[in-house]
Design a binder for this molecule. Sequence first.
Ligand code: ZN
Length: 416
Amino acid sequence: MITLGGQILQSEPEGYATIRPGVVEIAEGRIVGVEFGQVSNRVDHGGPDALICPGFIDTHLHLPQFDSIGAAGMRLLPWLKDVIFPAEQRWNDLDFAKSMIDRVARQCLGVGTTGVCAYATVNHEATIAALTAFRDIGFRGVIGQVMMDRDAPPPLLRPRGQLIDEVSRTLDQFPPDRPMAAAVTPRFALSCSEALLEDAGRLAASYDAIVQTHLAETVAECDAVGKRFGGRDYVNVYACAALLTPRSILGHGIHLDSQSQDRLARCGSIIAHCPTANSFLGSGTMNRHSHLSHGIPLTLGSDIGAGFERSMVRVGRAMIEAAMRISLAAGHGVDDQVRIPSAAEAWHQITAGNAAALRWNDVGRIAVDQRADLLVIRPDIAWLDSRQPLATLMFAWDDRWIETTILEGRVRFCSA
Ligand SMILES: [Zn+2]
């Protein structure tokens, strides 16, 4: 049995987080007890001033892009061609891919990310290596072999039949009901033939797998999709390929009209909001309030390497800032509590909120029977004296405060 003591982050059903002092007990990879009340110093980890928090869930990131963060001054499509495709080509060298996978996993643990919805590359062996490494460390989530059969450099293209065969094998080896599973991951409409999109949709249906792709990130991309697919709008292209399911995670979703929003809501497909990536590439600002009003489930993701923040806390902060920009531009002001999420809502989003949208019922909350994917955070500021401790933590955030990252009850990162 391991005990963690401190301020326990609790997610309320209304969609925000609170803190209460108490002790969390862990055994055999699960939370077996949560007792609220006085925290003594006789716990294994933490103490009265520590925050005990569920591990963060990053619902959109690219493992091969961690070395590409910060390639500034480019828009999406040229950035893909000049920065990202060369980086992803390096994963065709399996030794390089494996060493990078280890580095990336360590970085995730160091910033408190314990759940991922990640893209690998088109390389099958490298994707299996990533799934194996992340599973063995104890991460929760999905990783997908990227599917591309057009409009990328030849070393990153695969024939459609080969892609379907390889991705089927990743799904056999890492089935969707496992804590670390394969996902069906056509990169985006422009890098896939229509036949590949349709095959990917069929494959996802036959395994009931998570689908990952990108949607409506930039205006130029939407225009190119319209031209390529005979004037059809972007959401319709994916709908025709049966890629819009309640298990589909669509990165970005910035440039969508009301009709597309309604359609996504009817399909129950999830938009992964990636505010840091959107500001970095100058893609636009997603209107969170508008999507939520239409009934679209939202998650939050770093989208590394367009996103420049590894820390989901800082991505949470960027979500607040993006909503504030939208509210200001629309003349609603900076005090609009309907349109601008609070820090308490952002803490909820990066933990229980992301888990709930993904229907991961075993993580994201601190409660008995949840997986013990937990963080012990020890801020070096007097955060509990603040009027809004969770806002103070989020806006003053320092990754060095993460003292311990625990996956399935095992300490996988320790700053000391
Ligand atoms: Zn992405």
